[in-house]
Design a binder for this molecule. Structure first.
Ligand SMILES: [Zn+2]
Length: 278
């Protein structure tokens, strides 16, 4: 059953684990996530960025997941990752998303509050949870090299959740999207400080490339959702490459895509085990 991310994360937060959130791109990555939920019987968050929705169509992804999960009793969430407008959030909700992010982290604090609140005012009455973002997560959102300045402050986090009523909050603690160039320095203490100050479940972006140990430390400090995207895309592509190496003459996508799906599944299972402490 599709339920909101916040409901899954509240359970996780109370019991000291985190919900893994997996970005899908197409039918094959959706199949990988669905097969793993069937096999492990464990809830996850399935999410898509706006670029993915432009690629396959907003309504396509919930329809695929509904079809793939029709015979599976496991709860999961359908989440818009890095949404950038109320209009897109509304389109996603109309198509069956149970959770949306509004990323106003590049805006001024006041604008971030204002536009995030427009989304919570619309979504929360429909039992759709809203993830806000405060502070800077590196990679595409990166401004300059002053990482300390981009850490989410404790008092601004308190004020932000009070004024926006967000269900969950993505925080900047030194992570970056994409592939890390150097050794990432994650401010685990800041996670703990924010977690102690607010009851809103916390989200970690840019987790691809962090060691298992760092991920466990982040969960212990109070992270309830961890996003994985880059590593899944790498596994997908490497899986296809391996199939062509095995048989350069292969031409049936159903054959070489199976390699991609199986390769993604290995990564999904490993991340699930870390997040759930299995
Ligand atoms: Zn992100």
């Amino acid at each position: 059953m599709v339920i909101s991310s916040a409901r899954l994360m509240k359970r996780a937060s109370n019991e000291g684990y985190a919900i893994p959130a997996f970005n899908i791109d197409n039918l094959e990555s959706a199949m990988a996530v669905s097969e793993v939920m069937h096999e492990m019987r464990i809830p996850v968050i399935v999410q898509m960025i706006p670029r993915t929705l432009n690629y396959g169509g907003v309504a396509m992804y919930p329809a695929m997941m509904r079809e793939l999960m029709a015979d599976c009793p496991v709860d999961y969430a359908l989440h818009l990752d890095h949404g950038s407008s109320l209009a897109l959030a509304q389109r996603c909700i109309a198509s069956g998303f149970s959770s949306v992010m509004f990323d106003g982290s590049a805006m001024s604090f006041e604008d971030n509050v204002k536009y995030t609140k427009e989304v919570t005012d619309f979504a929360l009455p429909m039992d759709v949870s809203v993830e806000g973002e405060l502070g800077t997560i590196g990679g595409k959102e990166e401004g300059d090299s002053d990482m300390e300045a981009s850490y989410t402050g404790v008092s601004e986090a308190e004020e932000f959740v009070r004024r926006t009523n967000v269900s969950t909050l993505a925080i900047g603690v030194g992570t970056a999207h994409g592939i890390y160039k150097g050794e990432p320095k994650i401010n685990v203490r800041r996670i703990k400080e924010i977690h102690e100050a607010i009851s809103t479940p916390l989200v970690l972006h840019g987790a691809s490339g962090l060691s298992d140990e760092v991920l466990r430390d982040c969960i212990a400090a109070g992270i309830s959702k961890i996003n994985f995207a880059t590593e899944l895309r790498q596994a997908y592509t490497n899986g296809i490459k391996a199939e062509f190496e095995k048989d350069p003459e292969v031409f049936d996508p159903k054959i070489y895509m199976r390699g991609a799906i199986d390769n993604i599944k290995e990564v999904l299972k490993a991340k699930i085990k870390i997040c759930y402490g299995l």
